[in-house]
Design a protein around this ligand. Structure first.
Ligand code: ZN
Length: 260
């Protein structure tokens, strides 16, 4: 608790606080890790999440994303998402930078969320670029999941643009596609002006995600890491909390708002 009080004190006085979130933030909402949905896919997710699969194996591609989108909309932001949103409303959080595509921060009420890998909340038309809520892509009823297991699943009209009949795609970054440069540049720019960076549920192992903490450290920002496992920035961190993100963020919110 003493450590959290020190963190809350620093957080309250910081002028630009950035939260950087990864997969660990979402698992507490019960979002299943699609990589571990063992046996559900007929091939590795890495080969499904590609434009080649959309074109060459549309049934596999669409089922993969329909399943993920359906699961995504069946869960809710957890108390940690709410705590960040409340801190932002109270003026204690400048920006959220996330590796997650689930949109849970926005659903909790966060603004200014930079999504480094795109989003599963929307789909867009490959032909006319019209954008739709991703629930458009999910077939009605529950038969489609069983049909896939039985090998009779076929993608249908829900995968077509209502305006022009072009194929819809999820607005996530597929393997082989470039990362959204606007979001990345904004994220690096935000981190390079931060005086406190809070890393939540990310191991920071992979570049370019690892550039964000480095940009903050180059600005002499304080670094708080909330992650169950070790990260590649543990050495440079001012504080490390190895607890579930939700409960830590709730405690910090309570401390910060009580200090007002
Ligand atoms: Zn269209």
């Amino acid at each position: 608790m003493r450590q959290l009080i020190a963190v809350a004190d620093c957080w309250r006085q910081a002028r630009r606080v950035i939260a950087f979130t990864g997969a660990g933030m979402s698992t507490e909402s019960g979002l299943p890790d699609f990589r571990s949905a063992r046996g559900l896919w007929k091939q590795r997710p890495e080969s499904l999440a590609t434009m080649e699969a959309l074109v060459g194996q549309p049934d596999e591609f669409y089922f993969f994303y329909q399943w993920r989108i359906a699961k995504l909309w069946s869960i809710q932001p957890h108390a940690g998402h709410q705590a960040l949103a409340e801190l932002q409303k109270a003026g204690y959080l400048s920006q959220v930078v996330t590796q997650n595509v689930d949109g849970l921060h926005q659903r909790a009420g966060c603004r200014e969320v930079l999504e480094l890998h795109g989003t599963l909340r929307t789909v867009s038309c490959l032909n006319c670029q019209a954008v739709y809520d991703s629930r458009t892509l999910v077939p009605e009823g529950s038969e489609w999941e069983r049909a896939y297991q039985e090998g009779t699943y076929r993608h249908g009209q829900e995968c077509r643009c209502p305006k022009c009949q072009g194929l819809l795609r999820p607005d996530v970054v597929l393997f082989g596609e470039p990362l959204p440069s606007q979001a990345w540049q904004s994220a690096i720019a935000a981190c390079s002006q931060a005086d406190l960076l809070i890393v939540i549920g990310s191991s920071l192992l992979v570049a370019p995600a690892s550039y964000c903490p480095q940009a903050a450290l180059d600005n002499r920002a304080k670094l708080l890491i909330i992650n169950q496992d070790s990260t590649s920035y543990d050495q440079q961190a001012d504080w490390i909390v190895r607890e579930a993100a939700g409960q830590v963020l709730v405690k910090l919110r309570n401390l910060i708002l009580a200090m007002q």
